[in-house]
Design a protein. Structure first.
Lengths: 116, 110
């Protein structure tokens, strides 16, 4: 049981480049989400999904796109990277929003992204 | 705004003592508060949850309290060990979101 797997672990991009951060879970979780963590700030929600085919914006969605074609995968796309997107990105999942509220969320180990 | 604040950025304690971390919230009354542990280079790991109608919750050496009058949650680690050294995050659950505090970095000195 791998839990939540994020790839890559580290990435350096040039301004303007695009890339996709991968997130996969093998727990049959319906709810998946992306957060970014910056120094001196708490984790902030970028996008989330309550099931395949359903996505919605979080607190800081600008510059990011997501899609959810399967229950297992929830990739995060940076369309045109900017230095302000330098951060550590975490994917989190739970059986449902309600289950996450009551039993906590499972996080991946993160992707450290640097945009130069 | 609905803030969740962890007062101390860092806390150092001696091994064997009880560590107490504080989480304060303003302008709202959360129904749930969650606590996570985060090690360097890793994602947060869920530890405990407490509901607004619960005064206290325990799990092994961990204890969480919830005081709705003071708008505060306290997180205690008893008989602390160097392996408890990590950053601890207080989290409020929203309708579709988690609102994180900035965390308290705990160091347990042998």
């Amino acid at each position: 049981n791998a839990g939540v797997t994020q790839t890559p672990k580290f990435q350096v991009l040039k301004t303007g480049q695009s890339m996709t951060l991968q997130c996969a879970q093998d727990m049959n979780h319906e709810y998946m989400s992306w957060y970014r963590q910056d120094p001196g700030m708490g984790l902030r929600l970028i996008h989330y999904s309550v099931g395949a085919g359903i996505t919605d914006q979080g607190e800081v969605p600008n510059g990011y796109n997501v899609s959810r074609s399967t229950t297992e995968d929830f990739p995060l796309r940076l369309l045109s990277a900017a230095p302000s997107q330098t951060s550590v990105y975490f994917c989190a999942s739970s059986y449902s929003l309600t289950r996450g509220t009551n039993y906590g969320y499972t996080f991946g180990s993160g992707t450290r992204l640097t945009v130069v | 705004s609905q803030k969740i604040e962890q007062n101390s950025e860092a806390l150092n304690i001696q091994e064997g003592k009880t560590a107490t971390l504080t989480c304060n919230y303003t302008n709202y009354s959360p129904a749930y508060l969650q606590w996570y542990r985060q090690d360097p280079g890793r994602g947060p790991v869920f530890l405990l949850l407490i509901r607004e109608n619960e005064k206290e919750k325990r799990k092994e050496r961990l204890k969480v309290t919830f005081d709705t009058t003071l708008k505060q949650s306290l997180f205690h680690i008893t008989a602390s060990q160097p392996a408890d050294s990590a950053t601890y995050l207080c989290v409020r659950t929203g309708a579709n979101n988690l609102f994180f505090g900035t965390g308290t970095r705990l160091t347990v000195i042998p």
